[in-house]
Structures are given as C-alpha cells and as structure tokens.
Write a new protein. Structure first.
Length: 204
C-alpha cells in the first residue's frame, strides 16, 4: 500500500483537537504546540540579523543545527508512537516508505507542501517544497536575497536521512546534512533540499 498522505493529515488534524490546559498537543508520541509562523520566522531572521553580516554563516549553521536536532528527536518519537503504529505502519512496505510517512506528517504539522522527489537509499534525499513558510516569511519582511533561507526544512531533511540511514538513535544525528540549492527567497520557483552523507560529522 502506498503512503496515503491525506489520511495522515486528517489523523493529525483530528488528534490536534486535544489540548492540555497550557495548549500543549500530545500527539504521535511527542508534545506539539500551535505557534505563529510569523513569530517563529521573526525569531530566526532577527537572530540572523543581530549576528551581523560577518557572522551570517555561523547564524545559518546554528539555525540548521537546531532544526536538525529537533527533527531528529521529534521524528524518532513519532515513529515509535501508538498513532504511527496504528495509522502509518500499515501503509509501510519498504524502509524507504518511512520517509514518505515523515514527509506526510510534516505536511500535517503545517511545515510546507513537502514532496519527496528522489530517494537513493543510504545516499541521497531530495525534497521539494513549493510554499515554504520560511521563504514566504522572509520575502514578506525582506528583499529577495542571494542565499537560501529555509533553515528549518533544511535541518529536517537531514534528520529524515539520519533516522533511516544514520547510526542507531541517538548517535546518528548529523550523519547526513542538507543543502538548499533552490529557494524562493532568492527568486527560484520553489525550494529544494538535498541531503547527503556528511563529509565530517559535527561533534555534539
Ligand atoms: Zn527556501
């Protein structure tokens, strides 16, 4: 059976109606919260701006690293959850199908219209996103830029590969790393993320 993204989106929408008193949403084995996209974008891009031009690369690396660690832990929780077992597992036929399941959950979380374009097991993952909230948010507040801006999705693409083909959890984070060769923030028609094995793994 192919992965039915719509079914996963509906399950997340239904499940997210349950909130704790502080607004936390316990779903897919992890704790989620509703967060304004604008707020998150402002945090990221203000941080980058405050770091200044000379430390731009450092700011970018930190934001991607935070996203990758978060994606790694979050999707490890998700794939071990009761909901995953009930809803997604029955659709999974191959190890690679897990990535399609991850992408469908990310779509349901509102992270963008993720589409897996290519997956070479153990080697390479290409994800295309037509409407990344980060690119959209960047263009709303800044001029078109020369560099890609979707740090969260870039980290998450690396994390998906870490979880499938990296060392066993929790040692596999950063075994892969992703680039974003195309980004709407720099005028491309869509954003594209490519994860490959890291040439030198970051010490965490
Ligand atoms: Zn982008």
């Amino acid at each position: 059976m192919a992965i039915d993204g719509t079914k996963i989106v509906h399950a997340v929408m239904e499940g997210s109606k349950i909130r704790e008193s502080k607004g936390i949403i316990p779903l897919f084995g992890v704790y989620l919260s509703l967060l304004s996209v604008e707020y998150y974008n402002n945090l990221s891009f203000d941080f980058e701006e405050k770091m200044g031009k000379t430390r731009e690369a450092e700011a970018e690396a930190l934001l991607i690293e935070a996203a990758q660690e978060c994606g790694y832990a979050t999707f490890q929780g998700i794939r071990n959850s009761w909901e995953w077992e009930q809803i997604v597992s029955p659709m999974i036929e191959t190890k690679e199908d897990q990535i399609l399941g991850f992408a469908a959950v990310a779509v349901a979380f509102g992270w963008g219209d993720l589409e897996v374009k290519e997956l070479v097991p153990g080697e390479k993952l290409v994800i295309k996103v037509g409407d990344s909230y980060e690119a959209r948010g960047y263009l709303k507040n800044y001029e078109r830029t020369h560099s890609s801006k979707c740090y969260m999705l870039r980290g998450v693409t690396g994390a998906f590969m870490d979880l499938l083909y990296g060392e066993d959890y929790p040692d596999g984070c950063f075994d892969f790393s992703a680039e974003e060769p195309f980004c709407r923030a720099k005028g491309d028609p869509c954003c594209e993320f490519i994860a490959r094995k890291s040439s030198c793994k970051k010490n965490t």
